[in-house]
Design a protein around this ligand. Structure first.
Ligand code: IMP
Length: 204
């Protein structure tokens, strides 16, 4: 099966994507590809960071690859924390729920939202695919609201305070299958899977 590197060090994201059925490529993580680097996210937009990450890995390996950058965009905070979601409360990166960085990010967001009635927010993922040296971009959005307190033990990042539109439980209360019914990453991955499927069919 054709290999596709997922340019992330976040194992949680890799597991989420591997759990989606119907991908006619073998998705491998940076670790599985033997690449041990921390890819920079130097820009102020998700779009630019996604391109940066896939370009770095493509230049390094010459292999087909993709990367994604995700932000939680809160309406009442003009889209904050957005591209800074992982380091909202300071440097370091939040990969797992329950780590201190993730908890501090949540604390800061809840503090900033104290007394704010408009709780509307969305997770937005931008995915950059490098296929045969050409870049393709996709977007996935999950709308929801920000709770005033943590609810649930699972997931990572802002999952315990995010209630997706149409759901009764936060992302942190859902198993992966249920999260995939709502999630921004699943939506963008569905677009990727469709695209890869169509491009494989065309090349047959
Ligand atoms: P990244 O820069 O794309 O790795 O993600 C930015 C940050 O957004 C992560 O570190 C998390 O804090 C947050 N994030 C991304 N996806 C999710 C999700 O599915 N649930 C909760 N938080 C997420």
């Amino acid at each position: 099966m054709h290999k596709l590197i997922f340019a992330t060090n976040n194992q949680h994201k890799v597991d989420e994507i591997k759990s989606i059925p119907g991908i006619n490529y073998e998705i491998i993580s940076l670790k599985e590809a033997g690449i041990n680097i921390d890819i920079p996210e130097p820009y102020n937009t998700l779009e630019e960071n996604a391109t940066e990450k896939s370009s770095v890995i493509y230049k390094l390996t010459g292999m087909d690859c993709f990367s994604e950058d995700t932000g939680l965009e809160v309406e009442a905070l003009n889209g904050e924390p957005g591209v800074k979601s992982s380091r909202y409360a300071g440097e370091g990166k939040s990969f797992v729920h329950k780590d201190s960085i993730g908890e501090k990010n949540i604390e800061k967001l809840l503090f900033k939202m104290q007394g704010i009635e408009n709780r509307n927010a969305q997770f937005r993922t931008v995915l950059s695919l490098m296929l045969n040296g050409t870049e393709y971009k996709f977007e996935g959005i999950c709308k929801g609201i920000i709770l005033a307190y943590n609810k649930g033990e699972g997931g990572f990042g802002y999952d315990p305070i995010f209630l997706p539109l149409g759901a009764q439980r936060t992302f942190a209360e859902m198993d992966m299958e249920e999260k995939n019914r709502f999630s921004h990453r699943k939506k963008v991955m569905d677009k990727l899977v469709d695209f890869l499927h169509n491009s494989t069919e065309k090349n047959k």
